[in-house]
Design a binder for this molecule. Sequence first.
Ligand code: FAD
Ligand code: EPU
Length: 342
Amino acid sequence: MEVASNISLKTYNTFGIDATARHFVQISSVDELQDVLKQNRWKEIPKLILGGGSNVLFTSSEVELVVKMDIRGVEVVKEDNSFVWIKVGAGENWHKLVMYCIDQGWGGVENLSLIPGTVGAAPMQNIGAYGVEIKDVFTQLEAVDIKTAEPRTFDTEECKFGYRESVFKNIYKGKYIITSVNFRLSKQPKVNTSYGAIEEVLTERLGKAGVKSASIRDVSEAVIHIRQSKLPDPNEIGNAGSFFKNPVVPRTKFEDLQQQFAQIPGYPISENEVKVPAGWLIEQAGWKGKRLGNTGVHNRQALVLVNFGGAQGEEVKKLAYNIQQSVNEKFGILVQPEVNMV
Ligand code: FAD
Ligand code: EPU
């Protein structure tokens, strides 16, 4: 294990922000990680844990120590006629794992195709898309305490998953490094096509009758198609996916807004709460396609902030702040960032 110095992080974050890591260490085993955490040299130094860098915004030009997670491996822990239980290293690429599961005929993650990043970061915000979240297939994870280097297991309940939430973004923020994640996948998968857009694409491709017999690969391909038509590719233009979370408002607040904005979309998520698409709010506040210097709001998806090239993290943060203020002025809703500002 080698500690490198003065490494540019530009290619380590999908926003393409050019910050520098004073020190940079790539971790390929739990032992290596514990070794680094126990060394006096690194004990008191602030550490940034990095996976694929697809949900971070570097807001300062320098980071003290980057711990890049590269623990690999997919292991079958247990199986029966219905399910397979797997343990996956934190550094495995999420989408590659999804493709591997589809090749094996294991269902449960196909709706989460093409989400960038690593397996270890996936529980951080309980990644979700097209009607599925990882909490639906998650069983437990292993993590190491940053201060003591002691390992610990977290089960589903202890992770306290919510919409783009977990304990690791709240009470345990900055306290644990996830080293592996376990999932339970189905050997007799039932596909989830409840999300309107999936059904539309499948109907187009397989016909109305064919949708009923759609395979996990059909669903994955439909999701990939939808994502590629909506979301900008970070290889072409720097971004971190949705910059804000979709706000959840009380039903009464939503009804008030409907009086003023008849077209406002909303999805009831409980008897008294409605989720409102932040993309719609941002578009209505006039931001879609706007460019400010090197940053801007994507012209096809207002929830995605982009780096046109050469942007500093502070510029993106300022744009996000301005959007937040203007949406709040117009709708009385304070949208919260999904992206981790570090
Ligand atoms: P990073 O960006 O490297 O890290 C994210 C956070 O987790 C940081 O705070 C980091 O310190 C911490 N972290 C990373 N690894 C570990 C670890 N092993 N242990 C402890 N902490 C860790 N997200 C969705 O939920 N749904 C989507 O549909 C979706 N679509 C996206 C589309 C695009 C084009 C992009 C760019 C992003 C999208 N995202 C989506 C966001 C992102 O892909 C996910 O949040 C992903 O899980 C981040 O993984 P990462 O490895 O890149 O994490
Ligand atoms: N909309 C607009 N204008 C826009 C964008 C969206 O009006 O510019 C409205 C439309 O009404 C549309 C609705 O927003 O019907 C929802 O848009 P979309 O289906 O694109 O989904 P989203 O709410 O923008 C969320 C997740 C995505 C996830 C998709 C699919 C959040 C914050 N974002 O996006 O996750 O892939 O649904 O499930 O929940 C991410 O987290 O980075 C991410 C990309």
